[in-house]
Design a protein around this ligand. Sequence first.
Ligand SMILES: *Cc1c(COP(=O)(O)O)cnc(C)c1O
Length: 429
Amino acid sequence: MKYYSLNHNAPKVSFEEAVIQGLATDRGLYFPEKITPLPAAFFDTIENKSNEEIAFQAIQQFVGNEIPETELQAIIKETLCFDFPVVEVEKGIYSLELFHGPTMAFKDVGARFMSRCLGYFNRNDKTSKNTVLVATSGDTGGAVASGFLGVKGVEVVILYPSGKVSDIQERQLTTLGQNIKALEIDGVFDDCQDMVKKAFLDESLKHHNLTSANSINIARWLPQMFYFFFAYKALKNQNKPLVFSCPSGNFGNICAGIIAKKMGLPITHFVASTNVNDTVPRFLTNGIYDPKPSIATISNAMDVGNPSNFIRIQEMYQNDLEHFKTDFSSYTFSDQATLEAMKSIYETNEYIAEPHGAVGYLGLKKELDNYPNAIGIFLETAHPIKFLDVVEPALNVKLPIPTQIESVLGKEKISTKIKTYEELKSFLG
Ligand SMILES: *Cc1c(COP(=O)(O)O)cnc(C)c1O
């Protein structure tokens, strides 16, 4: 499989090159040259397949022959070492729980898959190592740290804003050691992000083979399509149209869902639910794509003013807004509405949703008015414990600490405090 740059000013590359580079040389995102639908028999018999088999058949065309079948199967097995339950929250509304992985965030899947692909590409102990450089406002860092721990030939450097991530999140990214290094930046998330961007453009850092581990990287992004297949497998026997609502920030998740639909997965409609960072809902209303600086909210993993994957979605609809709108809606919700939804979900259904999932629920409810015969699924992208500062007071509950989290709480934090880009450079060496 070849990948082209969405800026159309860079050579086509292989899967391996796209994973190693992250972004194309013209700074465009990579996109697969072809998306081939899976045979009808795949969907007819999906309930008899294991998650590993489903994922293998779904991703294989995007990897091509660059990773041998048995190796790819092993990568998938290690990636999917946990469950993806579909839980009925109320009649006709399901939560697709993506938070049962090692760091309790859905990003575990993409991080584990990408790290193992890089590990495979480094299998011969090449002298040139890869350095994954990533800025995090919280959730990404932990998933990347855990996903890449111990992977051969890969150094990971995570930048996070000092005092701006929760205690649990900080421990998840500062306590692992080995090939995982944490840099505590005296600044806000945008400062971390700026340093990372600058480093990618810095010729003097070329020898580090820097790559990113956010959803611009195809190996982080594409495996997110698996969830949609798993949900279909669980709900297929109800024989109803399916509407999915994704709480969206950089729109990587929902974009992977649209690829699954292109591959033949019968999804009737997508809803991108956002917090007040509403660039896409505004675009659907007036046709003008007008990104704004991000606004801080209680669903902070979605505080994104200019969603990086939206350009991939536009590519799939060839910028045909009318066609796009038949498949896709997007709604924005305030923190107030999010908190009220969390309360009502808990009081009525005894289900604890964290703020991102609650935004997804709200968008789903709204869209289901248009699809009265459909089943609705919202993606629950993190475990409530990851946002306990919001969840506990809002619902007046005390959350038990899951074992995954408990295991990092006692560990010692190791990080290096830095302030400037020059300090980052000398840290990288
Ligand atoms: C990253 C994240 C999101 C947003 O996902 P995108 O693919 O960037 O749209 C939503 N919820 C949580 C908890 C996240 O960590």
